[in-house]
Design a protein around this ligand. Structure first.
Ligand code: BG6
Length: 469
């Protein structure tokens, strides 16, 4: 296997999906606190007891135990996000919340204690609720200023402690999940494409600004963007399907093009023209984006999807966005089609297009797990299905590295069970570590090592040599 010596093996979570403690130590309410059904139901007026994220897996109080388990697996890197509303409870406050800042100081120190490098997402689906309600989230130009204040605060505080930063989680998802991804309160169906692309523009400007400030303040830091990758294949070789597929891929590649090349591509200008999309930009913003491209491209990868000019082709589910079903692939219990080779395809495609180092910061299988006796007086989960999924994807990462693609690292999604983003369930488990908590709110919150825990430990210790082709 071709994994480089300094390959960053690890796992990923997001604050809102694991921390809990939603109103402790000065944290403000964020949009997740009023989304008890994820993107599958309407937001509530106030946080409600059925919202699994309010407690999460109680990572806020148990992070020491959890980081120790990550260290036991040999993690080199741990991806998490900073909950914006722990630092600026309303988002537009003049002063940050010291207790929130202290929490991440402690968490990063705990990681460093074991030689684990933090990889931090600045904004992962957790816009402070006040920014959503008062400004309609990223539709408002004002968000750029609030984000800048937040970014300056965390860069100042964690300079020297965090080397790898991601500006926005799955930035392209704002088009599909405007509330979760962009803090936009207006329901999706009432938003025009101009509204949505204006919000995209604001995030893209903010991302370039964070990259600029990061480079100025922390010359040693690496700042990346984060894209939801879902390669779209033509359902048939019919040229109509090919063009439809090209156009679908364009709408996603737009976000990588902006971060790697720093300017609105011709295909996007045409798309704007033909769809009556008008957005406000300034020459200063366009120059900022041109001059401040990212150091690396990171992405999530779970599924591929097909596109077809035939409106009657069977629909397929995807991660936040859908398409047509691929007849050659099996799917997870949540209908996500499993395509390990798609990861090699994405890695090659992204590198050929952007010529930047790549970081796979999410990949994994959401599945129902059964906790059983391990025969030694403890409990475990025999998750061979998860091992098979991860093994097959990692083999394809190895293939891409052989293809010459520079891959910085790989962090599996939900390395410890957490609350799902799309469905807000805990039953959709991704972890190497089982957490005893259930969707009815019951459970002890105890942690148990799954079979995949030992498997991943071997993969890391052997730097990928133990993977089975
Ligand atoms: C990505 C998100 O969309 O996929 C994560 O960045 C999310 O926040 C992950 O949890 C898996 O999706 P889900 O809906 O199964 O939690």
């Amino acid at each position: 296997m071709a994994f480089p010596k300094d390959f960053l093996w690890g796992g990923a979570v997001a604050a809102n999906q694991c921390e809990g403690a939603y109103n402790e130590d000065g944290k403000g309410i964020d949009i997740q606190d009023i989304m008890p059904r994820g993107i599958k139901g309407a937001p509530t007026a106030e946080p409600t007891a059925d919202n699994m994220k309010l407690v999460g897996i109680d990572f806020y109080h148990r992070y020491k135990e959890d980081v120790k388990l990550f260290a036991e697996m040999g993690f080199k890197v741990f991806r998490t996000s900073i909950a914006w509303s722990r630092i600026y409870p309303h988002g537009d406050d003049a002063e940050p919340n010291e207790k929130g800042l202290q929490f991440y100081d402690d968490l990063f120190a705990e990681c460093h204690k074991y030689g684990i490098e933090p990889l931090v997402t600045i904004s992962h689906y957790e816009t402070p609720l006040h920014l959503a309600k008062k400004y309609n989230g990223w539709i408002s130009h004002d968000l750029i200023g609030f984000y800048e204040r937040y970014v300056r605060t965390i860069f100042t505080r964690y300079k020297g402690k965090v080397k790898y930063w991601l500006t926005f989680n799955e930035i392209n998802s704002i088009l599909h999940a405007p509330l979760m991804s962009g803090g936009i309160m207006t329901p999706r169906e009432e938003l025009s494409l101009s509204d949505l692309y204006q919000a995209c523009h604001h995030e893209l400007v903010a991302s370039a600004l964070a990259t600029k400030i990061g480079h100025e303040m922390m010359p040693e830091a690496k700042i990346g963007c984060m894209i939801l990758s879902m390669p779209t294949y033509p359902l048939t070789p019919n040229p109509d399907d090919i063009i439809k597929t090209m156009l679908a891929n364009n709408l996603n590649d737009f976000f990588g093009d902006m971060h790697a090349r720093g300017e609105y591509p011709g295909y996007m200008k045409r798309y704007f023209r033909e769809n009556g999309i008008e957005i406000k930009t300034t020459p200063e913003e366009l120059a900022l984006m041109k001059e401040n491209t990212v150091d690396f491209i990171s992405f999530s990868y779970y599924v591929s999807i097909c596109e077809s000019a035939d409106a009657k082709a069977e629909k397929g589910a995807g991660n936040l966005m859908g398409g047509k079903r691929n007849p050659y692939l099996k799917e997870s219990e949540w209908g996500w089609q499993i395509d390990p080779q798609g990861l090699r395809f994405v890695l090659n495609r992204f590198y050929n297009r952007w010529q930047k180092p790549l970081f796979i910061v999410e990949n994994g299988l959401g599945a129902k797990d059964e906790l059983v006796d391990d025969g030694k007086g403890g409990k475990t989960v025999n998750d061979d299905y998860r091992i098979a999924y991860l093994n097959d994807h990692l083999v394809q990462v190895g293939e891409a590295i052989e293809d010459g693609v520079p891959v910085m690292g790989y962090t599996t999604w939900g390395c410890i069970d957490l609350v799902s983003a799309s469905t807000a369930q805990l039953a959709k488990r991704y972890g190497f570590i089982y957490v005893d908590r259930h969707d009815d709110g019951s459970g002890t919150l105890a942690r148990y090592r799954k079979k995949s825990f030992w498997w991943y430990k071997d993969v890391i210790a052997s730097n990928g040599e133990s993977l089975k082709k």
